[in-house]
Design a protein around this ligand. Structure first.
Ligand code: ARG
Length: 264
């Protein structure tokens, strides 16, 4: 009896293995092992949420483009690997890096102490700060004034954390959405008093929507933030590669060329 059960298990395991091998060539990688491209280079899967111009957005041809794409391409060229971009959504970036489906998180991700408990980050590549976004005729002037106001943010982004810090974890005045453009749109629709978002992205939104009557408020109560690329905790091999490549493009001026800002 025991023996038959054992046999069955073995057959099942063999079947599972055989089935797992049936994937097409380019999706052959599973778990946290990168696949190999035609030229033998390692291909790492990158996860992002591409409504975050100028860092990542989808162009009219459906291609993911932006600063993060260019930086990672430059690093990959230096270090001789390839990347495959996947627009999977903000929270899935974190979930799939945790479970190994995604290798690199490249999504304007702020390095925070809390995130560092669960993930590893490269050295920073960009400095950022949150901004308050209101309608042009709004009377709001500072972060402090948002204490009892309705605020929209991107879910689990640093703007969400800042809003919770101000209003308390359980505040019902915080509306959290999938993306920063949606959070800004909700404010423009009059559903909240203010939105909170990353400065470069807010300015890009304003540039793309010139007829919207938008005002921004900069408040130094928001701490400076630094973006980094994120990998699974303990993936030292990949982290070292990314850091080495990043160091090279910092030194040769490529990073500055891409971001347009001087950042060490
Ligand atoms: N920098 C912010 C954070 O790390 C927001 C990033 C959102 N990125 C995106 N691609 N939607 O929380």
């Amino acid at each position: 009896m025991k023996k038959t059960a054992w046999m069955l298990l073995m057959i099942l395991a063999a079947l599972t293995l055989a089935l797992a091998g049936c994937g097409t060539k380019d999706t052959a990688s599973s778990g946290s092992t990168p696949s190999e491209g035609g030229d033998g280079k390692k291909v790492y899967k990158v996860g992002t949420e591409a409504t975050f111009a100028p860092f990542e957005s989808v162009d009219d041809k459906g291609k993911i483009v932006g600063i993060d794409v260019d930086i990672l391409k430059a690093i990959a060229d230096e270090m001789d690997f390839e990347v495959e971009w996947n627009n999977i959504g903000w929270e899935p970036v974190f979930q799939t890096i945790k479970n190994g489906e995604t290798h690199i998180g490249a999504s304007g991700i702020t390095i925070t102490d809390e995130r560092k408990e669960s993930f590893d980050f490269t050295e920073p590549y960009y400095e950022s700060q949150l901004l308050i976004v209101v309608k042009e005729d709004s009377k709001i002037k500072s972060l402090d004034e948002l204490k009892d106001k309705k605020v929209s943010v991107q879910i689990n982004a640093t703007g969400h954390m800042a809003a919770k810090k101000l209003q308390g974890e359980a505040s019902t005045n915080i509306m959290a959405f999938e993306s920063q453009p949606i959070a800004i749109q909700e404010m423009l629709n009059g559903n909240v008093d203010a939105a909170i978002g990353d400065n470069a992205v807010v300015y890009e939104y304003i540039k793309a929507h010139p007829d919207q009557k938008i005002k921004v408020i900069q408040d130094d109560a928001f701490e400076k933030e630094y973006y980094g690329f994120m990998v699974q905790k303990g993936n030292k091999e990949l982290l070292d590669k990314l850091n080495e490549g990043l160091k090279k493009i910092k030194e040769n001026g490529k990073l500055k060329e891409i971001t347009g800002t001087d950042f060490e």
